[in-house]
Write a protein that binds this ligand. Structure first.
Ligand code: SAM
Length: 357
């Protein structure tokens, strides 16, 4: 798919043409990945962050947020609940810290989760994705040896001028790119993604983002709408209206599916912040992964990256029941007790995902 065609598809406004795009992406997903949606239970284990991304509600300059950090037992307990609930994989996400204590903490959590989640239904234990930002290649390798095998690091936008407007001067697009390469060299399944509908972002930018995913052989995509955060530094720039933003986000999922084929694509929580059935819509436009929230309820209100984050008053058991209904209503079934790895990763690597070390 060339750039002009991607831009044309992202710009569709006719409902019948959008439905044609949705159908094509949904059918290609079925053909290349089957009819299952895989869960990654997400544990937002700390909102302590050393960075100051202008869009983010947990950036370090937001003094209104009460900071928290779970301990190893709390993280592992959440992951074991996830395994016992049949989710197959978990994601550990947090604000960004690069100190030795944090690095050791993540390593210990990963190793404990892999070791303690082995069972008859999960003979290799729980799949573990990390989403904890930019680190050195040595750190990535250390966590890989501990048993993490997927890593999500969003590039946020591939437009250098836009990236510079979203971040303080000490944060660079080039270092995000280098980190993605380091992750690939460390043999992770590499995930990235962008925010959609950032003030000042164009369809050309989004088309370039999709071409970037293809050029860099990305295995997993986690992208979602940009939503304003009262705790961020971009309130005055506003955000797109909910309906056009939802439509654009769904078209991004569909076009990414058509352009990339057998990658994993997440229906992210931010879609559900726009409309209650946002994640189902993402699935019906070609997403095949979703991330139920496992963060203990008392901490959820303090991990609000954007305003209107859904499910912050719910417990993890309620999320489980609600989400299966959502998946079924989107015409899919849940891949219980499976890792649901990206087939693209399997094609590009001789190395099967890590067995417990
Ligand atoms: N610090 C790690 C990192 O940057 O990869 C992980 C946590 S970070 C909070 C996770 C993601 O939240 C970011 O990559 C960003 O895309 C998303 N995010 C933050 N603020 C957002 C907003 N206002 N709207 C939509 N997504 C947002």
């Amino acid at each position: 798919m060339n750039r002009a065609e991607i831009i044309r598809l992202l710009g569709l406004t006719d409902p019948a043409e959008i439905e044609g795009l949705r159908r094509a992406a949904f059918d290609l997903t079925t053909e290349r990945l089957g009819d299952k949606v895989h869960y990654r239970g997400i544990v937002e284990f700390s909102n302590i962050c050393a960075l100051d991304c202008h869009y983010c509600g947990i950036r370090k300059s937001n003094r209104a947020v009460e900071r928290y950090a779970l301990d190893v037992e709390q993280v592992v307990e959440s992951a074991l609940w996830c395994a016992a609930s049949g989710y197959g994989s978990c994601v550990l996400q947090s604000g960004e810290r690069r100190d030795a204590r944090f690095i050791g903490f993540v390593e210990e959590c990963v190793a404990e989760i892999r070791r303690r989640s082995v069972s008859a239904t999960l003979p290799q234990g729980l799949g573990v994705t990390l989403s904890v930002g930019e680190h050195s290649i040595d750190t990535y390798r250390r966590w890989r040896r501990a048993g993490a095998h997927r890593y999500l690091l969003r590039i946020e936008t591939t437009n250098p001028a836009l990236f510079a407007r979203l971040h303080p001067p000490e944060q660079h697009l080039a270092s995000r790119l280098a980190a993605l390469n380091d992750l690939r060299d460390s043999e992770y399944q590499v995930g990235t993604g962008v925010m959609i509908g950032i003030p000042g972002q164009t369809l050309d930018d989004l088309a370039d983002d999709i071409l970037f995913f293809a050029d860099h052989e990305i295995d997993m995509i986690g992208m979602g709408p940009y939503l304003v955060s009262a705790g961020g530094a971009m309130v005055e720039a506003g955000m797109m209206d909910a309906q056009p933003l939802l439509s654009l986000a769904c078209k991004m999922i569909a076009v990414t599916r058509l352009a990339l084929g057998d990658v994993n694509i997440a229906a992210t929580t931010a879609l559900q912040a726009l409309v209650p059935d946002g994640r189902e819509r993402g699935i019906s436009f070609g997403a095949n992964v979703t991330m139920p929230n496992l963060t203990p309820s008392q901490y959820r209100k303090n991990y609000q990256l954007y305003d209107g984050k859904p499910c912050i008053d719910e417990g993890r058991a309620e999320c489980r029941t609600c989400l299966e209904g959502r998946v079924l209503s989107a015409g899919r079934r849940v891949g219980w007790n499976e890792w649901g790895d990206s087939p693209r990763y399997g094609r590009r690597s001789d190395h099967p995902p890590a067995a417990p070390s």
